[in-house]
Design a protein around this ligand. Structure first.
Ligand SMILES: Cc1cc2nc3c(=O)[nH]c(=O)nc-3n(C[C@H](O)[C@H](O)[C@H](O)COP(=O)(O)OP(=O)(O)OC[C@H]3O[C@@H](n4cnc5c(N)ncnc54)[C@H](O)[C@@H]3O)c2cc1C
Length: 412
């Protein structure tokens, strides 16, 4: 049966706009619908892991992101209250060690990242619309989406609908695909800082001291995306008119003297706090629909992999769509299987990272001290961090087990 489009993609964020670009380049008729009129800073990811950078290459999108100002970081430092700063800095990790030909993670502002991909989709031939309200979504017998723009309603049919509409996906809900969620482990707040000129733009860093854990990812030109973790019972810790200043002040840590540059910086965007957790879907597809990116379930942002996950989703789904004219649900079984294992492994890595870095007090401090000491003798103790950088498939399955977790945390 003839449809108006091959693909109707709901959500023009990272996953939706990337998929629209790739499929339009492959000659498919693509309609891309985005709710927002302007991409705003919602404090989302601005750091793409090396394995995510490799995915952007495979999709033919890496040069676009670098050309749009993407900034590579080349070294990582883990500070901690249980060891001197000089020791942490002396063991700075070269980030080119994880994948051949990837010099390190790529940083790019999320709103600019979305706009760059959305524009690329249009240039590649996709029909793109902003400021859209989606209404009825029908998946069978012929998928269709009703959407409104400037008070005018439209209904279009497509061979397939893609839900790339983020965490609260309406497409997922309309398709009756259940979302499972872990309970939150900690609070996670983020903000863009400018004027942090003293921060080495080639270095990313993390660290924990007292009741606060920090992460810092330089974006170039004195801008640094910073995040902070703190306990769930301090949910409103940085609320109020002086919240941004108090948030930056929390980065003043004895164990991380370089953070002085962050404290001296200025807020360059909103400060937003989230409850960090993991989520997943059993099957990110149904008759007439497939989900990509956060809509299909997200990983705890503590390990910063949502963008890499979205790009891998897009690569796998676009390869499948290009490989066959039969876009019935069976086509996506291999995607579901790969994603389930990928997200299981990343859930494990995130939970281990959160237990190490986002628990506070004397017990967790002693545990981190032990972890850093053990790691010197046995690098496999830190293998979960390798999965974050090189991809969850890069390690043997026995790393993602309760036995390995107990070994890392020193639990009996
Ligand atoms: C605090 C925090 C820090 C993070 N840090 C990192 C990091 O450092 N690195 C990393 O890789 N990941 C990080 N992430 C995760 C990452 O930002 C997300 O996983 C990623 O943005 C997902 O992309 P997406 O396209 O699936 O969703 P989104 O980027 O959320 O895009 C969804 C799009 O759909 C649109 N939309 C929604 N509803 C509709 C509708 N009904 N109709 C049309 N359009 C609609 C939205 O406007 C939006 O543009 C972080 C997340 C958080 C919360």
């Amino acid at each position: 049966m003839t449809t108006d489009y091959d693909l109707i993609i709901v959500g023009g964020g990272i996953a939706g706009s990337a998929l629209a670009t790739v499929m339009a380049r492959a000659g498919k008729r693509v309609l891309l619908l985005e709710k927002s009129s302007v991409y705003e800073d919602r404090v989302r990811g601005e750091w793409i892991a090396p394995w995510g950078v490799a995915e952007t290459r495979r999709l033919g999108l890496c040069d676009l992101l670098v050309g749009a100002g993407g900034h590579h970081v080349t070294h990582h430092i883990t500070y901690d209250e249980s060891r001197p700063a000089a020791e942490a800095e002396a063991s700075a990790l070269p980030l080119s060690m994880f994948l051949p030909d990837v010099i390190g993670p790529l940083c790019i502002g999320h709103p600019h990242h979305c706009q760059t991909l959305f524009d690329a989709a249009g240039k590649a031939g996709a029909e793109t619309h902003r400021g859209v309200e989606t209404g009825d979504i029908v998946f069978a017998p012929t998928p269709s989406v009703t959407w409104t723009k400037d008070g005018q309603a439209h209904t279009h049919t497509g061979s397939l609908i893609v839900g790339a509409d983020g965490r609260t996906s309406g497409v997922r809900e309309s398709a009756g695909i259940a979302l499972h969620q872990d309970p939150p482990h900690h609070m996670f707040a983020g903000m863009l800082v400018e004027g942090a000129d003293g921060w080495d733009a080639s270095v990313q860093a993390i660290g924990t001291e007292g009741d606060f854990g920090f992460l810092a990812f330089p974006q170039g030109d004195g801008r640094v995306r910073v995040y902070g973790s703190f306990s769930l019972d301090q949910r409103r810790r940085f609320a109020g008119p002086d919240g941004q200043r108090r948030f930056l002040d929390a980065f003043a840590m004895q164990c991380a003297p370089a953070n002085r540059a962050l404290v001296e910086g200025r807020p360059a965007g909103p400060l937003l706090a989230y409850l960090n957790n993991d989520s997943w879907t059993d099957e990110p597809f149904a008759q007439g629909v497939v989900l990509c990116g956060d809509a299909a379930g997200w990983n705890d942002p503590i390990i910063g992999l949502g963008l890499s996950i979205a790009y891998r989703d897009v690569r796998i789904v676009s390869d499948l769509l290009k490989s066959s004219d039969d876009w019935s649900p069976a086509l996506f079984a291999s995607y579901a299987e790969e994603r389930a294992e990928r997200m299981r492994r990343l859930r494990f890595a995130a939970a281990l990272t959160a237990a190490l870095d986002c628990e506070f007090g004397e017990g967790p401090k002693a545990r981190r001290h032990r972890y850093h000491a053990l790691q010197k003798a046995d690098p496999m103790i830190g293998a979960h961090a390798f999965a974050v950088m090189a991809g969850p498939e890069s390690l043997p399955p026995d790393i993602f087990t309760p036995e390995h977790r107990a070994k890392v945390l020193g639990d009996p």
